[in-house]
Design a protein around this ligand. Structure first.
Ligand code: COA
Length: 169
């Protein structure tokens, strides 16, 4: 039972970037299944609704048949156990990511020793990338071409125009 190795790739994905997709692609080449799990309750006051984030992720990952998109709430390790996942997949972009990731990995191991955290390194082209930076650059009129999928770029432009005209949060 549970012979296949399922990995959970958790995050807020507000919005998904090419850096996330780079990790998802690498993960999908190694694990039998990758579940991209979007955290429901984020304290970060997201730009995109949960549904929008899910839709953008589904579109961007449709080319990988062993990647599924889901949501989760509460403890990540409980969700991983529910989905019979043995691996938590995280991307490490730079040394600055390490301390936080190290703490999370050890805390998760303390709660659930059977679940391993696996770190992968994205392409160096994305090593400086974050969702916050993408939103900031986009809001200030800069180009994010090549940093996010074309569809996400379009959604960003629309959302920011609406925000500016005060029509929508
Ligand atoms: N390429 C580009 N950007 C990346 C990236 C990559 N490969 N990997 C991470 N990032 C960015 C994200 O875009 C995000 O940027 P932002 O802060 O500008 O939005 C940032 O790095 C980190 O965000 P994210 O990957 O979404 O993780 P997080 O730190 O918001 O959330 C969870 C981490 C969801 C894994 C964690 O909060 C969690 O497990 N929560 C559930 C509750 C729980 O179990 N808590 C106990 C944990 S020990």
């Amino acid at each position: 039972m549970d012979r296949e190795i399922i990995a959970i790739y958790p995050g807020s994905f507000d919005p998904v970037t090419n850096g996330h997709l780079d990790i998802i692609e690498r993960g999908s080449g190694i694990f039998d299944r990758v579940i991209v799990a979007v955290l429901v309750n984020i304290a970060k006051d997201p730009l995109f609704t949960l549904e929008e984030r899910l839709e953008m992720l589904r579109d961007a990952t449709a080319r990988w048949p062993n990647v599924v998109i889901d949501t989760f709430d509460g403890l990540l390790v409980s969700y991983a156990a529910e989905r019979h996942a043995r691996v938590i997949l995280r991307g490490i972009r730079a040394v600055t990511d390490f301390e936080y990731e190290f703490q999370m990995a050890l805390m998760n191991r303390r709660m659930s020793p059977g679940i391993e955290t696996v770190f992968m390194v994205p392409s160096e082209a994305y090593s400086y990338l974050s969702s916050s930076l993408v939103k900031e650059v986009s809001a200030l009129g800069g180009s994010v071409t090549g940093l996010v999928p074309t569809d996400v770029e379009r959604h960003l432009k629309i959302r920011i125009q609406r925000k500016e005209s005060g029509r929508e949060v």
